[in-house]
Ligand binder design. Structure first.
Ligand code: SF4
Length: 369
């Protein structure tokens, strides 16, 4: 499995000639061997079997992974986490991305008992809007409803109420805007009132359960109109409904790697610097006069503007580092982004455990006759 990925061009060509490989295949094979970690421009070669016919092993190696895997946090705030994941393969990065979107549990409004709704919005539309409100409630403190055979209790459900009536402000002038003329003319998410069940008030006294944002508009009312409803919040995952997904965005890109096969000096260097919309290039004197250098490759968006000219394309190597991912997670507010990533790792481990148990069971099963 683990043939050296650093075989030289000469060795690769010799091996190919020895097998009588056609020239065009020999050329591809040589390219893959020589540049196994730096793909030209935006070409990709992540499939482990993609180059099997060329005798190149692109598959996952646990030893390499253990030795090289590294995470470096680049940016962290309450809403966003950006980190470098080095030494991982695309399937691992993609598995984490997909788990972040669809398998990290959160709490969301699932059931709405509508007692009264005299607003212009139909019950089902209003229920849909309310259901999408992100709820700040620690999902680790709750069980899934299915674990209690669908019976709601304080371990799997919490409750909000929404009771609001629009009235006319008697002191407002007729020319005043609706926000002054009417009390509760606009219903915001802040109107949701948490009703702790059982011991929930004590359990969550340090972080009371609430909507993540207070200013989400749910409906508009006019004097005399009212809404009265009870909302049941349960634990779920994004694969069942997007309202449970904590990921506003979760994506990665490979670190760009820009180098020159022939340097750019003087006016050419200045022209190249001016060409890049992301200001990736600087002019530096490296001993042989001012020349263009790729000073900020992380900022490169691989827009290809600098290689649009065929002459320049021959001199600039625009590549991506194969095992270096710049990962970005933005939360919708239910969980901190670092908690989302930790939970995604836990979920990935659980899934791998299932696969491992299945494989082990199959290995131990007696062969069918
Ligand atoms: S690909 Fe675009 S962003 Fe990247 S270095 Fe070239 S011009 Fe700049």
């Amino acid at each position: 499995m683990s043939k050296s990925k650093k075989t030289t061009k000469t060795a690769a060509a010799a091996a190919a000639s020895a097998t009588g490989m056609p020239d065009h295949l020999e050329e591809i094979r040589t390219k893959v061997f020589v540049r196994s970690t730096h793909l030209d421009h935006t070409n990709a070669a992540e499939d482990p079997d993609a180059f099997r016919a060329l005798d190149f092993d692109n598959s996952f190696s646990l030893d390499d992974f253990k030795q090289n895997f590294k995470i470096t946090i680049q940016e962290k705030s309450a809403e966003k986490l950006v980190f470098d994941m080095v030494g991982a393969s695309a399937p691992i990065a993609n598995a984490l991305r997909r788990i972040l979107i669809s398998d990290v549990p959160t709490m969301a409004i699932e059931k709405i008992i509508m007692f009264q709704n005299t607003s212009l919005i139909h019950d089902e539309v209003l229920a849909h809007r309310i259901g999408l409100i992100p709820i700040a409630a620690d999902p680790h403190m709750f069980k899934y409803l299915s674990e209690s055979n669908g019976e709601p209790n304080e371990e799997n459900t919490t409750v909000f109420t929404l009771e609001i009536l629009c009235t006319k402000n008697p002191r407002a002038l007729p020319s005043a805007p609706p926000s002054v003329q009417f009390n509760n003319g606009t219903v915001y998410s802040s109107a949701l009132k948490w009703v702790p069940q059982g011991s929930q008030a004590e359990t969550f006294k340090d972080a009371p359960i609430r909507p993540v944002h207070d200013d989400i508009i749910l409906a508009k009312l006019r004097p005399g109109q009212s809404i009265e409803a009870e909302l049941h919040v349960i634990k779920g995952v994004g694969r069942d409904h997007a309202k449970w997904s904590p990921a506003a965005t979760a994506f990665y890109r490979q670190l760009p790697d820009i180098s020159f096969s022939e340097p750019f000096y003087g006016a050419e260097a200045q022209a190249l610097k001016a060409l890049c919309p992301m200001n990736v290039f600087d002019i530096e004197d490296l001993g042989s006069g001012p020349q263009a250098v790729a000073a900020r490759p992380r900022d490169c968006t691989l827009c290809r503007e600098c290689i649009r000219d065929p002459e320049r394309e021959k001199r600039i190597k625009l590549r991506r580092v194969r095992d270096h991912y710049i990962f970005s997670i933005e939360t919708a507010g239910q969980l901190a982004p670092e908690t989302m990533f930790r939970d995604a790792l836990i979920e990935l481990k659980k899934k791998l455990g299932v696969v491992y148990a299945d494989l082990t069971a199959n290995e131990q099963a007696p062969a069918a006759e």
